[in-house]
Design a protein around this ligand. Structure first.
Ligand code: AKB
Length: 316
């Protein structure tokens, strides 16, 4: 049997597009999508799919052994805003799922692991502009704590047991195919949906809150690039800073107004403002650029054009 890829959390925002891309590259039958439920029917019906609980070690192990899975992309997680509402659940899911996959690699059931980290590993004491790869990291969210601890464990398993684990610190990801859920950067997707439907949007962050963001196509490219790079090139086994663009709610609104001139934005910051205020405004990703040739393609206006065009078409 040829070796297979397993995506855990395949129905989520990044997981669903990653599944399509990996199927395009490696063939539909070689990529098994899995999630805790069948909430995304197009994905469930588009190739091999299995119900899998990321917290269940034996279920993941059986799936890998029975299908000759050698590479796992662990995309299941509770994000920053949901993590603040359910701290223990976030700790339980985010940490235990990572241990399960790292331990399967340690036991040599699987050979390669991708695990996403996040800009949430940084905190209020981190330099905010052009945040370097190596700097002060004192996250103040449960999600950020799980990602920072997870990075340490990834590096530990690589150094101690030779596990081939690779990781990226994703910024906010903007996409039109699947909605994000439970993050602080989600406003940058919601705003396009509301702009088309209602020509107005009430933003849960204040107008000048700059955050690092990335278009989904760039995020998927980065994920594929890091996983296909030579192992020697991946000198950082905790997680790589990754940068695309940075903008504020006021700037994204101005970009939308170039296409929908009567679009209006209002601001009503909620508990997510404090999370956003603790994160960097922009990221320095020189190591990713140098080690595995990372480079983003989409700027804010290109993202706006693509989002409005694709969403309009999808909703027709
Ligand atoms: C979130 O907002 O929680 C995520 C992230 C930046 O990791 N999108």
């Amino acid at each position: 049997m040829s070796s297979k890829i397993l995506i855990i959390g395949a129905c989520g925002q990044i997981g669903s597009e990653l599944t399509s891309k990996l199927r395009e590259i490696y063939g539909t039958d070689n990529v098994i999508a899995s999630d805790i439920n069948t909430r995304k029917l197009e994905l469930v019906n588009s190739g091999p799919f299995t119900i899998l609980d990321a917290k269940n070690f034996n279920a993941i192990k059986d799936c890998c052994k029975n299908n000759n899975v050698k590479t796992v992309y662990l995309m299941a997680a509770l994000l920053s805003a949901t993590g603040e509402k359910y701290p223990m659940e976030a700790w339980d899911l985010n940490m235990n799922s990572l241990f399960h996959v790292l331990n399967l690699a340690k036991e040599k059931v699987i050979d390669h692991v991708f695990w996403p980290s996040s800009i949430a590993v940084f905190g209020p004491t981190t330099p905010k502009e052009n945040t370097p790869q190596y700097t002060i990291m004192e996250p103040t969210t449960v999600y950020g704590i799980t990602k920072q601890v997870g990075e340490r464990w990834c590096e530990y398993y690589h150094n101690k047991y030779g596990v081939d684990v690779r990781s990226i610190r994703y910024p906010g990801i903007i996409s039109w195919k699947t909605l994000p859920g439970g993050g602080t950067t989600d406003y940058a997707v919601e705003i396009y949906h509301k702009a088309l439907k209602e020509k107005k949007y009430e933003c849960f962050l204040s107008e000048n809150t700059a955050l690092p963001m990335l278009f989904m196509d760039d995020a998927i490219k980065a994920t594929v690039d890091i996983m296909t790079a030579n192992p020697e090139a991946i000198a950082i086994r905790s997680s790589y800073n990754l940068s695309g663009i940075s903008f504020t709610p006021k700037e994204i609104a101005a970009s939308i107004q170039k296409h929908i001139p009567d679009f209006k934005i209002t601001y009503k910051p909620d508990f997510r403002q404090q999370i956003a205020d603790s994160w960097p405004k922009s990221i320095n990703d020189s190591e990713a650029c140098e080690h595995w040739n990372w480079k983003h393609s989409f700027d804010l206006d290109a993202i706006t054009k693509e989002m409005l065009t694709q969403l309009k078409e999808k909703n027709q």
